[in-house]
Design a protein. Sequence first.
Lengths: 303, 455
Amino acid sequence: MTTVQPVILGEMPSLSKLYVNAAAQAARRRVLGSHDGSDLPEASHEVRGVTPDVGNLTAFQHLIGETASDVLPAGFIHALAFPLAISVMNRDDFPLPLLGMIHLSNHVEQRSPVLFSERLDITARVENLRGHRSGTQLDVVAEVRVTGSPRIRWRGVSTYLAKGVFLPGIDKPSPVASRSDFKVPDPTALWQLGVDTGRAYAAVSGDFNPIHLSVLSAKALGMRRSIAHGMYLASRALADVGAVKGDSFSWHVDFEAPVFLPGRVALDISTVQLPGGTWQKSEFVAWNPRSGRRHFAGAVAAL
Amino acid sequence: MSVEGQSVTGPQESSTPVATAAVPTPRRAVVVGGNRIPFARSGGAYTKSSNQDMLTAALDGLIARFGLQEERIGEVAAGAVLKHSRDFNLTREAVLGSALSAETPAYDLQQACATGLETVLGLANKIKLGQIDSAIAGGVDSASDAPIAVSEGLRQVLLDLNRAKTLPQRLQVLSRLRPKDLSPDAPNTGEPRTGLSMGEHQALTTAQWNVSREAQDQLAFASHRNLAAAYDAGFFDDLMTPYRGLTRDSNLRADTTLEKLATLKPVFGKSLGAEATMTAGNSTPLTDGASTVLLAAEEWADAHDLPKLAAVVDGEAAAVDFVHGKDGLLMAPAFAVPRLLARNGLTLADFDFYEIHEAFAGTVLSTLAAWEDEEFGRTRLGLDGAFGTIDRTKLNVNGSSLAAGHPFAATGGRIVASLAKMLHAKGSVDGRPARGLVSICAAGGQGVVAILEAL
């Protein structure tokens, strides 16, 4: 494989411009015919010397239930790298439509803590284009280093699905066995999510995707009501796991049924210990307390 | 999954015989008496009374009963769970408004529903150490006159407005106000880390320990029956001062029956897998009220020619990891009592009165079930088997919170004053002083328990 030089951007791209550009691109493709490539762009995008805004950090921490410490929550770093990840999927040589992509799962390795005072180099690239029973999926990989250091502090892999898009040469996987029946456990927490939950997370994460902002803007994109950001829910679950996770951990979440706003979410966190009593991982699962439908599930584990 | 327990003499407990022997036996702290105002259901007789009003009323009744006008008391400690920020010196303000000497110092304490008992233990310790000779412990709460905060949005705007220096800056700050910022924030009984209300938490515990609806209703019925009988016998005549027209706790239903309790619909635990069993009848209602307890060194009580009802022997606090469901929110006393008894060389059967605060009938019954459970005793308490059983005829014999109501911080004072009186009346049993156990659970997964002994 030839090594492609990273594209170094002068500053973190603006998400709102990327969304506008994606809409324009979608219209263009509709007129000119869809993109005919089946390969992902090899180039990665990079921004150097990123410094988080401390006011924004505090607001993020308070919103998701973390204590406002000087360490960046793993979900905050995801939000920090998110515009760069979107910029890769916004490239002209990216074969899938960005708008309407569904966030299927997220896997983060927080290898060592990142302080708000540190300058960060962030890279993002896409890989692993593959079939899905209802479309095409791929991984967006983001990595965060402290400027000048080769060591990765934070690494996130987000898996997205372009629903209903089937590219030539990519096989649909055989249908997976039907989802095992979910037996609702006793909740350890109950979240009351107001109708403004999406707007509040948009304000601290910068992700102003219209499906999260209001009933009207969500309906414009074909949703019945606005839905909570997946990473807001996952970040709250991570905060709920608490200090037991320590400085370095992995954090995995699979998203299932979306959480419509306003709404209530029941959560169960169960701790798995090693024989000596040492914390090994905390598994979490969230569901709709009325219907019993599973919203998301995952785990935070020692690295 | 292995769950480590809270062994009765865990590694954190340095209660080795050597260390104990090195500590000189301190002098006694005794309960002289107590006074409370009748408890009122929220929205009732005390709707417009503030915490300070009610605490002062209870305090003035105590002062009148024991002739403490112009007396400089060693220290007064009290607290409230639902507290206005302006009440940062609630207890000192109540002292200043009372007939006590204005030179009586006071401090506020807050440990959720354990506030009242913790003021008793803290002040008793000061007396035992010789730092003070007399003290008044107490607590008050008003669910009617509860503090209401402005919304977080409005609060941030007001704070930033205060910091803004120029007119344009002020206008810029004001422009952030949104209509929804004008709706207030009322306090709720939800646990901050889980979002579950205390009742929902207890519903999980009640189901976990298989406590039946019938058993809960039976406990609630006994509470009303016992409290009504205590009133009829004049038990509260020297423990209470009427206030705002009330002479009895307004939650008391002397004529309630098991049949009536059985007709009530469940209010907690309705979305759980198990059957919902917790009703408004076997859960405590929101209540307003205040209580006080006069504590003293024996010499002080003698010098003032005051009674000595009971000694405050010892106390213990415990907490459980409830956040992810390892234990129930209100189960901390299940761990605190075994530790306290081990330290004092006692078993659960060595008591003549058990005062287990009825936050919910399910709380009392879950705690008793845990103590009777072999597995819990072995794996969680580190004992050879079950911790023990109690003689139910000695439980909450003059009624408890299900009948009296539960103004959070006032419950400890209610129980300590009543128990001290009961112990004093009982005198000695089998040649030893009568003994009473107090157990109070609290929000945040905490619990405080204590031993009192007749004098």
